[in-house]
Design a protein. Sequence first.
Length: 496
Amino acid sequence: MAAQGDVWSGASFKKIEDHTEATKVLLEKINATTVPVLLRGTNQTVTDLVEELLALEKIARLGGDVLNTQKLAVETIRIYRTQNEVEKMIDLVDSLMKRRAQTKQVQSAMVAEASVALATATSSSSQDETAGSSSLSDVERFTLLTKLSVVTEGRIHVELEHARFVAQLAVIAIGEGRKREAADMLAQLQVETITNMPRLEKLGCLCDQIELSLELGDVIKTPMISRKVNYRALNRPDTVAIKIRYFTLMRRYYQQKEQHLLEARCWYEEFLTTPNDDDKITALSNLAIMSLIAEHQSAKEVDDAAECVAFAPATLLADRKTALSVLLSIKRMEHELSSIHSIVTAFSGAGLIRTKIATELQVLCANHPMLGEFPARQTHFYNRASEHDLLVVATYYTRVRLDRLSKLVGLSPDHTERFVMTLVADKSLYAKMDRLEGLIVFQRQLNCADVVKEWNANVEKCVGLVDRAAHLVVKERMLHNLPLASSGGGAVSATA
């Protein structure tokens, strides 16, 4: 079918109308600046003047003139705002948002204009007069925020504004002590999906949610929220303050969960992030203490507990042993924290340490801020020294009597037995105890298949060493032009 005018294949296209001249003339007559003059010179009210603008706004909106519709709609909102008629302004915004053929561009512009009233809002105790408008009281500001959040809810093109309105309402609720209500408000926001929200603002909102969940004791919500943060978003030059705040909050979470190794990893992140030297030394010292009192856990257990936090791969501490080796590799540890460095070195060695470093442990527990006010941590510290001694003994003895083991580690038989049971339960040590004989066996009994498998591995290792030695002998003879010995002479042959 041939195209005829505005008809093509049965579809009709409506021509967009242009009301630029009428809009220009009307806005020159009625605007936020001229309204006070018109109110004094005529018997018209603000509502009458706004109705004149709305009449032309309807014509432009139904005619598809988006630009002039936006100018007229925004000017009506501005008039009510400058006249400090907040209730009418919000009612008008709500009404215009629902009008037929209203475009998203106009809706966004109206919300932005209504938000200007929040910028001039101050507390009722200190109200400042601004040019052409009055300040809002706390009650009016709260009402305005509430209605704006309702108007923008569920509209994808103003989701950023909606998130900001709700965040400000949450701040007000926190100031009034309604933290549970504030947490529920923020929980409804999915800030991680708002693409046009600045990264710092998004991270700050997530940190606010984590802080509220910690204060309210919602230990289940905390990891759920923290999973929304990606370590790549934190590893930027402009996110240093947010990153430190984030890991400070996660330290509080792991402190409640008594996950000392992951708490140490949070200190490690802060040590690598903070630019202040004093803060670096403090973070390094706390990292060492938390690593020393950490429990003996497998790498999988640590990884399962750490997956909810935006740890960088560079700070991976697979287990307690890895954490201690990382500490020894930090040069500042030896020079600026020599006392703690000596204790870490003792814990990393293969000797008995409880009696040797008892004095150093007492001094550290009395003076260090992470230990002095925490009796439970001091107990953990001494327990780790005893557990270290038990693990050392287990590497040198296949079996030992309980009384002899107690003397070696400097504990009573009951305490020694308790520590052995704890290490066995943590799968850090294999041991079987014969209480009647008072004997502890550290060597695992092997069945026939295990014995054969071990023997086979040893034979393969031995043959490999012989082959390597023969290769080196032949190589040396060839380098020095020495004749190869005959196979019957007892020396290694060239084909050995």
